[in-house]
Design a protein around this ligand. Structure first.
Ligand code: MF3
Ligand code: CO
Ligand code: CO
Length: 303
């Protein structure tokens, strides 16, 4: 919190001057939070919690029918939890309460909430509000009418991770905010349509970048999609902006696409908590994420 005050102080004047350009919204800084939630003993934990070593493939994995079944189950669960969470997104609700809901839905389903203790992340879900681009830590700040919030849910279920996120409106959001969310969703849709066997991974970034630019928004290039399976993050890296990442898609690959767009510049700052990423210029950011499977004739959304 120390750093965020400093950062906010330094950029305060710039943010105020950008209010009209970027719309009307509350600039968010991390707040006090509650302890990490407890996972009952019977829930199977991922390797980064147990301390076991898991060998992550060094090139994009082509999953067999059983692995694909595992991915379908974890991804179904992640998306069903994301759908259930929507009704809790209301003014006055804290992001910590959202964490509680997600945590309990995971446990009830027999799943482990993948973010919890992943490289030290302290909560069971990521909640990123307004100018927080990604990896917001749920805390005691109450959602305000007009906020936009990304809820990023990953579950570890029957030994497979499933990962998805969506940006929701809290009450009445201004038009620039709604447009940002709409274009971010269009970018993901266009990117998924571009996927299929033998398509270069570079197509994803190219198609997203083109649509974002045409619509007057900026892709934040620091955030990548990723291969996913019994591991949370593995190859391939999925760039959402122009790139020269090598390789082509093959049937049986599963990876996420998760573009982050803003009204402003592409620069971001990681706060002192080591997780919260804010936009440098204070503009709002929106993100959406699906886990997809490359099939014989295109791509199937698993989440
Ligand atoms: N769910 C995020 C992703 O899409 C990763 C969050 S890592 C965490 O890749 F530790 F912050 F949870
Ligand atoms: Co995610
Ligand atoms: Co992801």
């Amino acid at each position: 919190m120390e750093l965020s005050t400093k950062v906010f102080g330094r950029l305060g004047r710039f943010w105020r001057s950008n209010k009209l350009q970027f719309g009307v919204y509350n600039k968010v800084a991390p707040a006090e939070t509650t302890p990490s939630r407890i996972v009952p003993d019977h829930i199977v934990r991922p390797h980064y919690v147990t301390g076991q070593t898991l060998t992550i493939p060094h090139k994009p994995e082509i999953k067999d029918i059983n692995q694909i079944m595992g991915m379908r189950q974890s991804c179904n669960l992640a998306s069903s939890i994301l759908t259930k969470v929507e009704q809790f997104i209301q003014p006055g609700v804290t992001t910590d309460e959202i964490d509680n809901v997600v945590h309990n839905l995971c446990i009830e389903a027999g799943a482990y909430p993948s973010p919890l203790h992943y490289h030290g992340f302290p909560k069971s879900v990521c909640t990123s509000v307004n100018n927080v681009a990604v990896h917001g830590i749920p805390d005691l700040r109450e959602l305000l009418d007009g906020d936009i919030i990304n809820v990023d849910i990953t579950v570890f279920y029957k030994n497979y991770h499933g990962d998805c996120s969506k940006t929701f409106c809290v009450g009445n959001v201004d038009d620039p905010g709604k447009q940002l969310i709409a274009v971010t969703e269009e970018c993901l849709e266009i990117a998924i349509k571009s996927c299929g066997p033998n398509v270069p991974f570079t197509e994803i970034g190219a198609s997203i970048c083109q649509h974002a630019k045409k619509s007057g928004f900026t892709v934040l290039p620091a955030f990548l999609g990723h291969g996913i399976g019994q591991y949370f993050h593995g190859p391939p890296d999925i760039y959402h902006s122009e790139n020269d990442y090598p390789g082509v898609m093959k049937p049986g690959m599963t990876f996420t696409i998760e573009p982050v767009l803003s009204h402003g510049k592409e620069y971001t700052i990681i706060l002192e908590d080591g997780w919260t990423v804010i936009t440098e210029d204070g503009s709002r950011a929106a993100q959406i994420e699906h886990t997809i499977l490359i099939t014989e004739n295109g791509a199937e959304v698993l989440t």
